[in-house]
Write a new protein. Structure first.
Length: 470
């Protein structure tokens, strides 16, 4: 695209598909004249004042966590092109890559708003009902497509083919009377940030569509592969009025109209999203546990240290955790008190240890672990008053429950499983895979599927509408 101020003074303005807009001058003389015009521009000074004020307001009044919901020029250095056309003014906002300061360029164009907007938005924004049909026909809008994917990232269904996407903005009629106030009116601020939301029900019984389930809502943000962040359109704006406009007041109005709305909308979603943050937290714990279980030569001390930091893996609703508690000459791995005052004795064995030998009998390690737990119980029975008073295990039963965690589930057969359930009394024997599965089930029953974590979208589970079932 080329624009002319005089026949011999050519300034070329280019809009690369995925890069910042660029100015190219015919000669040094043209460059100097262009720079001199920019220095004299009162509109340029006004927009610089607008940016400084709106960024100041964001810095003072918007928490950092919410700033990403705002347009880029509200909180970060921005490059702005002010395009003055025959039928209005358009502003193109781009991230500033080469400087930490805002940069504003003001230039007049012979083309109309519809032509320029389609070109510098890279086909994403189209003005309809323009006074001219002289559009940039060589600019094609970006395409959009959606699919359904499983937890392994494999596409299982194509929901929407790659379809052209374009934001259509209707050109208003030219006003018969010029506005009296000194604040520019933005008919539309269009951002290259879009959201896709889905509401649905996660069924407990997938085979029965009538079964009760959990209501959920998803939110995924995406942007098209274009460089700009926002386009502001001012149809029929008079650049002469802009020279004396109140840009300081304009920034304050924009902050409260656009910024406050965007930030409060984001805050409302975050209020629902506390469960997502918890899912992320527990998913990190599971990843660390998985890494330990996959580690060659892992020892019990490493698992003891990890579970001391994250005892919720052992007992999600724990009240008190006592690691390495001495019962006479014996030392437990854990004694955990639950909210009801009941105590659980826990013995950890190596995850690489087998539970059974080839003959089908319990392994030496499993037999040793059972003997350890029985020794603890006998000591408590023989010294119950001492255990309660000196160790602080008030109200502990003379026959407390115990848990042995040993080995991995892939070494067990159905017969092995049945043997673990026979004649164990209050001693329960599980593998580290069983322990992990219990923890995942508890978290997912409370907070929703952990598979939703880190998938590029956010999911929140909603409270059931009880009235709808009455």
């Amino acid at each position: 695209m080329a624009t002319k101020s005089k026949p011999s003074q050519i300034v070329k303005l280019e809009f690369p598909p995925t890069g910042p807009f660029a100015l190219e001058f015919e000669s040094k003389a043209v460059t100097k004249r262009f720079e001199a015009n920019q220095k004299k521009s009162r509109i340029k000074t006004g927009i610089e004042m607008y940016l400084a004020r709106i960024q100041e307001l964001t810095q003072l009044k918007v928490p950092e966590r919410l700033r990403s919901a705002l347009p880029h020029h509200f909180h970060s250095p921005t490059r702005v092109l002010v395009a003055i056309c025959e039928d209005g003014i358009a502003l193109l906002y781009e991230p500033s890559l080469l400087t930490s300061k805002n940069e504003v360029i003001v230039w007049g164009f012979k083309q109309n708003l519809a032509y320029l907007t389609l070109r510098f938005s890279r086909g994403l924004v189209r003005i309809t009902g323009s006074t001219s049909d002289d559009l940039a026909e060589d600019i094609q809008p970006p395409t959009i497509g959606f699919g359904a994917f499983n937890t392994q990232g494999e596409q299982v269904k194509n929901l929407v083919e790659n379809t052209p996407f374009q934001f259509n903005f209707p050109m208003p009629q030219k006003p018969s009377v010029a506005p009296m106030e000194k604040l520019p009116h933005s008919a539309s601020l269009i951002r290259n940030q879009f959201e896709l939301g889905i509401e649905g029900v996660q069924l407990h019984d997938k085979a029965n569509s009538k079964s009760e389930g959990k209501n959920f809502r998803t939110r995924g943000k995406f942007a098209f592969p274009v460089f700009w962040d926002s386009v502001a359109l001012y149809p029929w704006a008079d650049y002469k009025e802009w020279r004396t406009a109140n840009f300081y007041g304009w920034a304050e109005r924009h902050f409260f109209e656009i910024g406050f709305h965007a930030a409060t909308t984001e805050y409302s979603w975050l209020a629902l999203q506390s469960q997502t943050r918890l899912r992320e937290h527990y998913n990190e714990i599971l990843n660390k546990l998985d890494a330990l279980l996959k580690k060659k030569g892992v020892v019990e001390e490493e698992l003891q240290k990890f579970l001391t930091i994250h005892p919720e893996v052992l007992v999600p609703g724990y009240k008190r955790v006592l690691p390495k508690l001495s019962l006479g000459i014996h030392v437990t791995d854990f004694v955990i008190e639950d909210p009801t005052g009941h105590y659980l004795l826990i013995e950890l064995e190596n995850p690489e240890q087998p539970l059974f030998v080839k003959s089908g009998h319990a392994s030496a390690k499993l037999t040793h672990a059972e003997g350890q737990v029985k020794d603890w119980v006998r000591y408590i029975q023989d010294n119950k008053n001492t255990v309660e008073k000196e160790l602080g295990l008030t109200g502990i039963s003379a026959q407390p429950s115990a848990l042995i965690v040993i080995g991995r589930s892939n070494s067990l057969t159905a017969t092995h499983r049945r043997k673990l359930q026979v004649d164990q009394g209050k001693i329960e024997i599980i593998t580290y895979d069983d322990l992990r599965a219990r923890f995942v089930s508890t978290i997912e029953n409370l907070l929703g599927m952990l598979a939703h974590v880190g998938k590029g979208y956010e999911v929140t589970y909603l409270a059931s509408d009880i009235d709808s079932h009455l």
